[in-house]
Design a protein. Structure first.
Length: 201
């Protein structure tokens, strides 16, 4: 079992290119860093934004739930393929607020013990409105509390993306919420080379 569990929230402005496609090069760079963190006894749990944007790239007329359904399939398939190139397997986990319970925590522990990277997103296909005040930033905080994570790293450009839900203010509220829960949290520029290794060294 890993000595430390890290939650890494990948913001939409980091996961997508300027044209709204998933940035496979950047995701590959993140995967390579996560592989190195595993070797230093750090388990990694991902919370990834961008599914709705991926869906609307297929059809801009999709509503939120349809875009989420189509986009989540694209997002998960891309993460799976990119991470596999770095010797890592992904487990997709879609949740609502009421799903963050001890049984889910045990599933996360079991996946981590097998070297698998859990990939979380809110289940926007079922939820017509987000359970989490500003999307995945707050999901990441609640998830950290649920599984007892010692550290949360939010990868962002600290700009309100035209594709995303949260912005700088939402992230700062999430950081304060995490601080109150005793979870050490950083917001860092996800486009900086080796930012995970630098943040967690």
């Amino acid at each position: 079992m890993y000595q430390k569990i890290i939650i890494i929230k990948i913001g939409t402005s980091v996961s997508l290119t300027n044209r709204g496609a998933l940035d496979e090069y950047r995701l590959g760079h993140l995967a390579a860093q996560i592989g190195k963190l595993h070797k230093h006894s750090m388990g990694v749990v991902l919370v990834a934004s961008g599914a709705i944007a991926c869906g609307r790239r297929i059809n801009n007329n999709f509503d939120r739930t349809c875009a989420a359904g189509v986009g989540q399939a694209i997002l998960t398939a891309t993460f799976t393929e990119v991470f596999r190139h770095h010797g890592l397997n992904i487990a997709q986990i879609l949740v609502k607020a009421e799903d963050l319970v001890s049984s889910l925590a045990q599933t996360v522990y079991d996946l981590l013990a097998m070297g698998i990277v859990p990939l979380f997103n809110e289940n926007d296909v079922i939820n017509t409105q987000s359970d989490f005040a500003s999307g995945n930033d707050f999901l990441a905080v609640e998830l950290a509390r649920c599984i007892g994570s010692q550290k949360l790293v939010i990868l962002s450009t600290m700009q309100r993306s035209k594709f995303g839900v949260g912005g700088g203010e939402a992230k700062l509220r999430a950081v304060e919420m995490a601080r109150q829960a005793g979870v050490e949290t950083q917001i860092v520029n996800g486009k900086v080379r080796n930012i995970l290794l630098k943040s967690l060294s």
